[in-house]
Design a protein around this ligand. Structure first.
Ligand code: NFS
Ligand code: SF4
Length: 662
């Protein structure tokens, strides 16, 4: 029914122009990608697995459960609701663990930086002070490194903490905090919640689906308001909080005459060190010596997002493109650390000069080269890795870089820069955003986050975004979804007039911003939690997150991390819609997650496979919030009065971008 190279109407169609172009070239014809493997496997997904009712938590099983059929409970008597809830909670725990381990590395790198043991420094002192206040670290009369060291140590202690609550929960709106306290879901320590979830889902422990989901919520909060937020904030302090900047994305960013090194994975410690090493005279001289014109660093997946947001380093590809990046034959080395690295990458490069270099002891791979990234010597490690890549340049054989596949983007929308951009330098605030929502120019916010995969057309993100923009919903994007939207041209300021309804177009054009704002990597979904909180605090849109006209989706979710993210948004009061979830095997669990949980946290999950219908559900949810707030009628209020227009055009807008150009 489907032809992975030619495309299929409904499923694993390759719609990306660059990927199509590349895979039609002779040199890529032998490369097998995930599209091919879907076809090769030839079996459809197991219904028990898809519905969440396969349990292999003990050796009496595996048990496949059929809801409502007495003879089809588990050998131990576990019902469909118990098994689905256990599996779901374990998915949340695995996702949280991934963010947690990433965050831990960043905090440890932050401590080493504070001690002066890395080539990095404290770049964002304002954020350092803000975080110090949250963690009760004295700032008066102290050196920034001293403050950073104490902050880093207090942050690290939250991973192993056994009692109390996490410091950053108090950043949330008061009402969210009250709900969490009442429901007993305030995380005590980051690691503790992951461990307890694993324990409670072990055979014969927690067998009440609602009680299991309560722990899943607690664990997810340890991710969103704990690990992920720590990672985002301390990384910003070290490497700089993103500000809007121009960049390019897609396979065409690879260079014909430079050494191409792609950085794939998640933890930006390695990527930042590589960025420094790539500017090093010694490295540049070496590149010249092998006949290259320089070193072209390009990102893949979320490492790509991290260095795109903070440095404007081009992104060669997202998750779905990782094999294509290598199929070009133009990459000297793909340097990987942890998460979302497909094992197939080592096979794609088998007949090529490209090396896959694993750098983290936690993530090795057959047929790859391992060069450990030494945290105590980041620059030295980065130079060794880069030297290896440079020496590969001479071995480059036939290659093909898709032409005309280099798309302009404006990225770097941290919650601080959204604040600045909409409020101007002297009145930084979310109030102008709220005002525009209240006066109806902007209907609401849509978060388009998460992964990509091969089961559905990779056009899904684009279709959803276009439908949202047409209806004046401002789109905030992270992860691979953000890259997919960037590739389709939605992160150019000009996209506002091409795709948006009149109200949103006016706001975007006045500020000079694109209608889809790139907010960062997947850990940076924590920025969205803060943005939503700031909107509540700015006033006029209710007193908690559940009242905001906002809705999130990770339609093409692939990773367990996406489910942890979805769960922490729901537990924080934000409505979340995925294309599917592995819960359909239990009516009780489906009813609870798709409706009942709303009574507890003010938000629930929803599922919708069709992208347009999904977007319309998001719009309907946003309209519902507007009606509840009484702002669904046309308002006369004008936000961008003459004074503000003058203010913006005299240089208070985005530096270097749009009408706020300076
Ligand atoms: Ni997020 Fe980023 Fe991409 Fe999905 Fe993977 S790279 S952390 S998990 S696939 S968005
Ligand atoms: Fe089967 Fe129960 Fe064991 Fe799961 S825990 S495999 S349902 S016996």
């Amino acid at each position: 029914m489907s032809n992975s190279r030619g495309g299929c109407e409904s499923c694993n169609e390759i719609t990306g122009a660059s990927a199509k172009d590349l895979l039609n070239q002779d040199l890529a014809k032998q490369v097998r990608t995930a599209y091919d493997r879907i076809e090769d496997r030839g079996v459809s997904a197991c219904l028990f697995g898809s519905g969440g009712t396969c349990c292999r938590n003990c050796n009496m099983g595996p048990c496949q459960i059929i809801d409502g059929v007495e003879s089809m409970v588990g050998i131990c008597g576990a019902t469909a609701a118990t098994v689905v809830a256990r599996n779901f909670a374990r998915t949340v725990a695995a996702g949280t663990a991934a963010h947690t381990d990433h965050a831990r590395e960043m905090v440890m790198g932050f401590i080493e930086t504070a001690k002066g043991n890395t080539p990095h420094g404290i770049k964002d002192v304002a954020k350092l002070h803000a975080m110090a206040e949250i963690f009760g670290v004295e700032i008066e009369g102290r050196d920034k490194n001293e403050i950073a060291l104490e902050l880093g140590e207090k942050a690290l202690a939250e991973f192993g903490q056994q009692k109390g609550t996490l410091a950053m929960l108090k950043r949330a709106p008061a009402k969210q905090q009250k709900i969490w306290k009442e429901k007993g879901v305030e995380p005590r320590g980051i690691d503790r919640e992951v461990v307890e979830t694993m324990h409670r889902t072990h055979m014969g422990v927690d067998q009440d689906y609602k009680n299991l989901m309560k722990q899943a919520s607690r664990c997810s909060l340890a991710d969103g308001w704990g690990a992920s937020m720590l990672s985002t904030e301390l990384t910003d302090i070290m490497f700089g909080t993103p500000v809007p900047r121009r960049a390019i994305v897609d396979l065409g960013v690879l260079s014909a005459d430079k050494v191409n090194v792609t950085v794939h994975g998640h933890e930006p410690l390695l990527a930042e060190a590589l960025c420094l090493a790539a500017e090093d005279e010694e490295m540049l001289a070496l590149a010249k010596k092998v006949g290259a014109k320089g070193i072209n660093l390009a990102g893949v997946c979320c490492t790509g997002n991290e260095i795109l947001m903070r440095r404007g380093i081009p992104v060669a590809g997202s998750f779905i493109q990782q094999e294509m990046v290598l199929a070009t034959g133009a990459v000297e080395a793909m340097v990987v650390d942890v998460q979302c690295v497909m094992q197939s990458v080592a096979q794609v490069v088998k007949e090529k000069h490209t090396d896959i270099i694993t750098t983290n002891y936690r993530a090795k791979m057959p047929d790859a080269i391992h060069m450990q990234f030494e945290e105590e010597d980041p620059l030295g490690s980065a130079k060794r890795i880069l030297t290896h890549a440079i020496n590969n340049f001479k071995k480059r054989g036939e290659y093909y870089i898709p032409k005309n596949n280099k798309v302009d983007v404006v990225v770097g929308f941290s919650h601080e820069s959204i604040n600045y951009m909409l409020g101007g330098r002297f009145r930084q605030s979310y109030r102008p955003l709220n005002d525009n929502i209240i006066n109806g120019r902007i209907k609401g916010l849509g978060a388009l986050v998460g992964c990509e995969h091969y089961k559905y057309s990779d056009d899904v993100h684009f279709k959803i975004a276009v439908e949202l923009l047409k209806n004046n919903v401002l789109v905030l994007a992270t992860g691979c979804a953000a890259q997919a939207l960037g590739r389709r041209g939605l992160m150019r300021p000009e996209a506002a007039s091409e795709y948006c309804g009149a109200g949103l177009a006016e706001v975007c054009e006045t500020v000079g911003m694109p209608p889809v704002l790139h907010v960062g990597s997947c850990v940076d979904n924590s920025r969205l939690l803060i943005a939503l909180t700031e909107m509540v605090k700015a006033g006029g849109l209710g007193d908690d997150i559940s009242q905001l006209p906002a809705c999130g989706t990770a339609p093409l979710w692939m990773s367990e991390k996406a489910v942890a993210i979805g769960q922490y948004f729901v537990t924080s009061g934000a409505h979340v819609i995925f294309q599917n979830l592995p819960i359909s095997g239990s009516k009780q669990m489906s009813d609870f997650l798709l409706a009942g949980i709303k009574e507890e946290y003010g938000a629930c999950w929803d599922c919708e496979e069709d992208p347009i219908k999904l977007a319309r559900k998001m719009i309907k949810a946003i309209d519902g919030k507007r009606a509840a707030l009484g702002i669904n009628k046309k308002q006369d209020r004008v936000l961008f009065d003459m004074e503000m227009r003058r203010d913006l055009s005299s240089g208070q807008g985005i530096p270097g971008v749009g009408c706020g150009q300076k």
